[in-house]
Ligand binder design. Structure first.
Ligand SMILES: [Mg+2]
Length: 377
């Protein structure tokens, strides 16, 4: 079996209601999907986190390195691409693009052997995981608290046991938002906050102290990701566990954050950190050093499926009776093509998501839906 073709697909949807993180305004949804076709007809799918057009261009720049090669040589291919792009790569687009290729290769390998990725990787610890609803963005033109309460009530009605909201819009409104979310969720459901690095360390520490009584599971990306010392200050200066990692692409970046004890909870994204190959190594480092791992997930059903395959193989830490399962981040924001591109959408029932058991990622792509949302590269 040889790699015959590498296709990239750009998906686009213009949002009716834009939404904002601490620093970004989302007016559109984009995705960059990677389709690798082999000479025997086997096809694998991957996805890259981040700007879709530049990711697609970077994937195509990598294509000559692997065309004509055996797709089952996943590790050697990973090393070859990384090494060729290392001088200008290591983080950012080079690694996000490589992630999409790597996920597609694992999908091909699973289909070739007729088993799910988690079986190829040594076997699953679990067949379902709890999911937390991610959202809680600010919606321009809508009252922050009204919109948030409405959204949290929807998560409760949908059966979620946990939700994450965005902060980083200002101390006072963030505290009101946290209180409103906690009130709607009640005392039992879990609540997390994500500042998308919208604070400096002084502001983050003040916010974390003020929010200490709301029983938050974690405080995500309190400060900009390259400031590991600031992360440490936030960890030391306030009581909420600190999470981060969605922008630390590659093993080396995660190793630095782990060595610095910058975070309590590590959040690599399979579509950004270097794919399944690299995420397994990051997960091993986290397990070795006693840092909890909760993958970041933001993308289509392809990324969700790849994340579920990873979640299947994460060892229970610590080993004990009734050990905790790792969480799946389940994006609830507006994105009509997220699950539409799958023949069988991945759904959350009673707060849990089943890990796909079909070959590879365990999903099939709906070509008609793909065509509906595709735009020229
Ligand atoms: Mg985040």
């Amino acid at each position: 079996m040889k790699i015959a073709e590498i296709r990239t697909h750009l998906l686009h949807h213009r949002l009716d209601q834009p939404f904002q993180s601490a620093f970004s305004t989302f007016t559109d949804r984009w995705a960059c999907l990677v389709e690798i076709v082999c000479d025997d007809g086997t096809t694998g799918w991957g996805e890259c986190l981040g700007p879709a057009g530049p990711n697609a261009a970077t994937v195509q720049a990598m294509a000559p390195l692997i065309l004509g090669h055996d797709p089952l040589l996943i590790e050697p291919i990973w090393t070859r691409i990384y090494n060729q792009f290392r001088d200008q790569g290591q983080r950012g687009l080079a690694v996000t693009a490589q992630s999409g290729i790597d996920i597609a290769l694992w999908d091909i390998a699973g289909k070739h052997f007729g088993v799910p990725v988690h079986a190829l990787a040594g076997g699953a610890y679990r067949d379902s995981v709890p999911a937390y609803a991610t959202g809680g963005f600010r919606q321009p033109g809508r009252d922050r608290i009204d919109a948030l309460e409405e959204e949290m009530a929807r998560h409760v009605a949908d059966g979620f046991g946990a939700a994450k909201i965005k902060i980083g819009y200002g101390h006072a409104i963030d505290l009101l938002a946290i209180r409103a979310a906690r009130d709607v969720l009640g005392p039992e459901r879990r609540l997390m906050v994500d500042a998308n690095h919208g604070y400096d360390a002084i502001e983050a520490i003040r916010l974390g102290r003020a929010a200490a009584d709301y029983d938050l599971d974690w405080f995500e990306e309190p400060v900009v990701p390259e400031q590991l010392a600031a992360y440490r200050e936030v960890r030391a200066g306030q009581p909420i566990p600190v999470a981060g990692g969605e922008t630390w692409q590659g093993r080396a970046a995660h190793a630095e954050a782990i060595a610095a004890r910058a975070i309590d909870i590590l959040q690599p994204d399979v579509a950004a950190c270097g794919g399944i190959t690299e995420m397994r190594k990051i997960a091993a480092m986290a397990e070795t050093t006693g840092i909890r791992l909760v993958p970041h997930v933001w993308g289509t059903g392809i990324t969700v499926a790849a994340s579920l395959q990873m979640l299947a193989i994460l060892p229970p830490v610590p080993q004990r009776h009734a050990a905790s399962d790792p969480w799946l981040e389940f994006d609830r924001t507006d994105n009509p093509f997220r699950m539409a591109i799958l023949e069988q959408p991945i759904t959350c029932r009673d707060g849990r998501v089943t890990i796909p058991q079909g070959p590879g990622l365990g999903i099939e792509i709906d070509r008609a839906a793909l065509a509906e949302w595709s735009v020229p590269g």
